[in-house]
Design a protein around this ligand. Structure first.
Ligand code: PEP
Length: 253
């Protein structure tokens, strides 16, 4: 069975103290009433990670970074390497988020280097893909995301590909309050799973978790998660409140 995952992307929010409190609150609510079949992940800012790893109960909540460097180490001021992330005890890393692609000009070449380093250091990449509004309006979203796969993850070995978690995040739905409809999410997830099957075979496709991201919240998670190809969510805004996040974690019930 595919792993169900709900991951919180805190983005550039929370002080260290507020982040630790949030991690504590998430752990408590998940422990008390979270769906045991859903792997919960929180992705705080880099400087919080060590403390958050100490704060959560690893059996209930895993920790991830929101990014890592495209270089292994050296004179790259301000960068945080995959090895550093892994050395904190964090297990996941979000890569290819549309905000990184758009605001920090992360292209496929950079993303490929990051993916290779994350995998080499034992991190599970949460690989983000998704189309902008103009592409959705033109109806060419499938081809757009296929190209993203071809440029960044289809060259991986089957062994490495199996380590990925995919997050489909239509850019027009991120932080906008405008969610993809349940049907739009299912359609794209099924198409992506078919693409993966075509490249790596059915067994890989059937075991790859494909998360939905984009204004997913306590009110719409159930409907989105009811789809057979939606294996959870990557959650931005709604992950900053433990109870809202819990409601999403429990979206399969
Ligand atoms: C995200 O940043 O990955 C995201 C899905 O954000 P939001 O839930 O706020 O749309």
């Amino acid at each position: 069975m595919r792993k169900k995952i709900v991951a919180g992307n805190w983005k550039c929010n929370t002080t260290l103290q507020a982040g630790v409190e949030l991690a504590k609150a998430v752990t408590e609510v998940v422990k008390a009433s979270g769906d045991p079949e859903v792997q919960v992940v929180v992705c705080p800012p880099f400087v919080h990670i060590t403390k958050v790893v100490e704060t959560v109960d690893n059996n209930q909540v895993k920790v991830g970074a929101q990014n890592c460097a495209a270089e292994a180490k050296g004179a790259f001021t301000g960068e945080v390497s995959a090895e550093m992330v892994r050395s904190t005890g964090a297990e996941y890393v979000i890569l290819g988020h549309s905000e990184r692609r758009e605001y920090y000009a992360e292209d496929s070449a950079v993303l490929n280097k990051k993916l290779a380093l994350a995998l080499a250091n034992g991190l599970t990449p949460i690989y983000c893909c998704g189309e902008p509004l103009s592409i959705r309006e033109a109806g060419t979203q499938n081809e757009y995301v296929k190209k993203q796969f071809e440029e960044t993850i289809f060259h991986l070995s089957e062994e490495d590909f199996r380590k990925l978690v995919i997050a489909y995040e239509p850019i027009w739905a991120i932080g906008t309050g405008k969610t993809a409809t349940s049907a739009q999410a299912q359609e794209m997830h099924a198409w992506l799973r078919g693409l993966i099957a075509g490249k790596f075979g059915n067994d890989v496709a059937e075991s790859t978790s494909i998360l939905y991201g984009g204004s997913c919240n306590a009110g719409n998670a159930k409907e989105l998660f009811a789809n057979p190809d939606v294996d959870g969510g990557l959650i931005g805004g709604a992950s900053l409140d433990a109870n809202s996040f819990l409601a999403i974690v429990n979206g399969y019930n």
